[in-house]
Write a protein that binds this ligand. Structure first.
Ligand SMILES: Nc1ncnc2c1ncn2[C@@H]1O[C@H](COP(=O)(O)OP(=O)(O)OP(=O)(O)O)[C@@H](O)[C@H]1O
Length: 268
């Protein structure tokens, strides 16, 4: 892994991650990735490229391999074959899950896991500490720039007014945004987002679309979602997975009118 800083990139900017080389415009490279479970190919020679700053939606019928793909990127599952790179030079297959998270790839699971007894602000504060022991958390003192960062994230997730409220009384949608905020505290370069709108009200869904759209550019997002109306509202480019491989990629209109996609979804 090349950990040398990239020439010409300001190390104080949000775009800087040590050793991350996205000069070719790509932040994630997956090539010929295969994963087998007891002989069954959950991923089958899958190749996928995610551009720096893009918001990509990943769709596909049940069992297509979406979760397995996320597991491979985050280091939870090791592929049998293939390569997975973060930028041009960082080999994710040589890293474990914590190292991959630390390098700037984070994952938002479907179920929010915020701390109900803590306030919204405290939840974000906790996300800053690497040592999560109660004593270390108690002794943790925020610097002015960390406080500013929390305020910035509160604004991004639309929860500034709720900063002092306990997370336990937030609505389901607000808890999801808080969890996204907790991930943002780590300033990830890639966010993998699993079914973000499950269980949300119509209004919360609209707000979530705005939030995810506002995050692209400075970071890349890969969103797995079954709700096609939502996918249409956020996606420029959609990747369709089927039987562990990429079936097709394109705009929502292109993939929805693709006869192969129609066949896969209708099972015809
Ligand atoms: N740990 C495992 N052991 C055995 N088979 C597995 C395991 N994990 C996934 N599979 C199988 O691999 C295939 C792909 O599963 P995966 O969960 O990646 O699909 P998915 O596209 O995320 O589906 P869904 O939309 O239902 O979540 C499925 O057939 C699944 O049963």
């Amino acid at each position: 892994m090349n950990s040398a800083p990239i020439e010409g990139v300001d190390s104080s900017s949000h775009l800087y991650v040590e050793g991350l080389d996205t000069r070719h415009g790509t932040v994630l490279y997956l090539e010929d990735v295969s994963v087998s479970f007891d002989g069954f190919k959950a991923l089958n020679k899958l190749s996928l490229y995610i551009a720096a700053g893009e918001l990509r939606c990943l769709i596909g019928p049940n069992g297509a391999g979406k979760t397995t793909l996320m597991d491979v990127i985050t280091g939870k599952t090791r592929p049998d074959t293939g390569s997975v790179f973060f930028g041009q030079t960082i080999n994710l297959l040589a890293m474990d899950e914590p190292a991959i998270a630390q390098a700037g790839i984070c994952r938002k699971f479907q179920k929010p896991s915020v701390f109900d007894a803590l306030t919204v602000f405290e939840n974000l504060e906790l996300a800053l500490t690497t040592n999560k022991s109660p004593w270390a958390t108690l002794m943790f003192k925020l610097s002015p720039s960390q406080r500013d960062r929390i305020d910035e994230v509160l604004t991004t997730i639309g929860l500034s007014a709720q900063a002092k409220q306990r997370a336990g009384i937030l609505s389901h949608g607000q808890k999801q945004w808080l969890e996204i905020g907790m991930l943002l505290m780590q300033d990830p370069k890639v966010m993998l987002v699993d079914e973000p709108i499950a269980g949300m009200t119509h209004q919360e869904i609209e707000r979530t679309a705005e939030l995810l759209l506002s995050l692209q550019g400075e970071r890349s997002l890969v969103v797995v979602e079954h709700d096609m109306e939502f996918v249409r509202s956020i996606a420029r480019k959609v990747t369709v997975l089927h039987e562990g491989s990429v079936l097709t990629e394109g705009t929502m209109d292109e993939v929805q009118n693709d006869p192969r996609v129609i066949q896969v979804y209708l099972g015809g």
